[in-house]
Design a binder for this molecule. Structure first.
Ligand SMILES: [Zn+2]
Length: 223
């Protein structure tokens, strides 16, 4: 039984766990040389947006050519971190630029969403995103879960989550994660299996299938 941690910031890996480590573009080269076996998602987090990020965006685009880069993320919008309208506008600009990179590279997208569900959904529509999109660290209510999955997107849950939202998520749209916590992914699988009323083994199979479907296609190899 292989457990998958779809979104973590930890670089050390528990044995027997397949995890996808989320890094900023300028962290990747150092980390991937030290942790050659790891899988990564790369993106400019909405907390880290600045005015001039053209170089960082170019770096991101280049790095996605590496075979251990599985996704763009975490990227998104965070209204709590953007007290000023200007900052939110900048978050949007950087988010949308990264959506275009993901589209061009045909990579799944891992989303950070704080109080910005409708803006994120409209940006995905505006950019005609058909890539798989995972809303990570999902803690919102059932209705929001239903709204997001009805658009064909995926949800990833950590230890803190709304049980009804998890139950309302179709099993083929579900992932689990540790994010930046010290929680063990195995325990998150156990509690999710209870919430969902299935065995941990079954849940592991389901999530492994989801993972394979999204991440194990022949990756586009741009020149
Ligand atoms: Zn995260």
């Amino acid at each position: 039984m292989k457990l998958i941690d779809i979104h973590t910031h930890k670089t050390e890996q528990e044995s027997g766990i397949l995890s996808v480590t989320s890094v900023e573009p300028d962290e990747y080269t150092d980390l991937q040389s030290r942790f050659a076996e790891r899988l990564f998602s790369i993106g400019i987090h909405p907390w880290n947006v600045k005015i001039d990020l053209d170089d960082m965006l170019n770096m991101l685009s280049d790095l996605t050519k590496n075979s251990n880069v599985l996704a763009i993320g975490e990227i998104g919008l965070d209204k709590l971190k953007a007290a000023e309208q200007e900052t939110f506008a900048l978050q949007k600009k950087i988010f949308e630029a990264q959506l275009e990179i993901a589209k061009e590279r045909k990579l799944p997208i891992i989303i950070h969403n704080v109080k910005s569900t409708s803006e994120i959904l409209s940006a995905l529509t505006k950019h005609k995103i058909t890539n798989p999109v995972i809303f990570h660290g999902f803690r919102l209510k059932k209705e929001t879960a239903e709204q997001i999955v009805s658009k064909g997107h995926y949800l990833s849950f950590g230890k803190l989550h709304n049980e009804k939202a998890m139950q309302a998520t179709p099993l083929d749209r579900l992932f689990l994660e540790t994010d930046n916590s010290d929680d063990e992914i195995s325990e998150i699988y156990e509690s999710a299996a209870k919430t969902l009323g299935i065995t941990k083994t079954n849940l592991a199979k389901i999530i492994e299938n989801n993972y394979t479907r999204l991440f194990c296609n022949e990756k586009e190899k741009p020149e």
